[in-house]
Design a protein around this ligand. Structure first.
Ligand code: PDD
Length: 281
């Protein structure tokens, strides 16, 4: 496959980055993941605007304008044959000569890396055949700016690994007794036909898929409120969904080994999954 690195499209096996890169030494960088369906970048504008916000949050000057980013993304998709892809983009504060905490002075150019890998179809494509997944809850031990899509993902990695080790697909993170989000997803809770999801804040990543779900609920007059969700509400939910760009909306059928609803993907999820896929394709 081909990747984009610092101005050039090259074979992935040829890509080289300095060990002095601040992404490597300090996790001093940000990333984005844009899904590609049928060769078309999905909601790229929104992802690129979030990329710019993340760069702003780290005070890294954006090396490209949004139209330039868009063209680079399209070119990478073309070079990787289109289809269903996950387009990964990362920008770090670059590779100065010396390891030192403050921003490098004189300034060095940021490192820009983009790749495209294939994604597996999400259960939304065949809702009747979907089995649903298990989740566990864990303390949210992350920093106070989870709205920035930083590559500093150690707490997310450890949480996800703990979930996998327990046979679960996701860890739902809890801060001060409240649900924030999953290790790599946003969380939705359905009770008595009403959908709830934690409000936008610096405690969560404002997912592009999350925004789309809110938009689709609005359009189809499905009741959704952005509200705080207590950990205890999880066990008592009729349905729980998690969302992300690469997995669409996935039903969670158990939390901490306790059955959610009837322990199978719920009816609201099935009908919403169809609407979601109709919209997307
Ligand atoms: N993760 N919350 C976190 C912590 C995430 O890492 C992600 C996405 C989301 C969902 O955001 P979106 O709908 O914009 O994908 C929420 C990406 C896919 C990843 O890290 O691979």
């Amino acid at each position: 496959s081909e990747v984009f690195l610092n101005g050039s499209f090259i074979e992935a096996s040829q890509a080289r980055i300095s060990p002095m890169d601040r992404g490597f030494l300090f996790a001093d960088g940000i990333y984005e993941v844009i899904p590609v369906f049928n060769g078309v970048l999905f909601r790229a504008e929104q992802h690129l605007r979030r990329l710019e916000r993340s760069l702003d949050g780290l005070q890294i000057p954006s090396p490209h304008s949004v139209p330039e980013w868009m063209e680079l993304c399209r070119e990478l998709v073309r070079r990787n044959g289109g289809g269903e892809l996950s387009l990964y983009m990362q920008v770090t504060r670059g590779a100065p000569d010396k390891r030192d905490h403050p921003f490098p002075y004189p300034v060095v150019p940021p490192t820009v890396f983009m790749s495209a890998t294939s994604i597996t179809r999400s259960p939304t494509h065949d809702p009747d055949a979907a089995l649903g997944f298990a989740a566990i809850t864990l303390d949210d031990i992350r920093w106070g700016r989870c709205d920035i899509k930083s590559v500093s993902l150690l707490p997310n990695v450890l949480a996800k690994q703990q979930a996998y080790a327990m046979g679960a697909a996701e860890a739902i993170l809890i801060r001060d007794g409240l649900v924030t989000e999953g290790a790599s997803t946003n969380v939705f809770l359905i009770k008595d036909g009403r959908i709830g999801t934690p409000p936008r804040s610096t405690r969560i990543l404002n997912g592009i898929t999350r925004e789309l779900i809110i938009e689709l609920c609005d359009r189809h007059r499905i009741a959704l409120v952005e509200r705080e969700i207590a950990k205890a509400e999880l066990y008592d939910a009729d349905e729980i969904w998690i969302s992300s760009s690469t997995k669409d909306i996935t039903p969670i059928v158990s939390v901490d080994t306790r059955k959610i609803g009837h322990g199978v993907p719920g009816e609201l999820w099935k009908s919403f999954a169809r609407r979601f896929v109709d919209y997307k394709l």
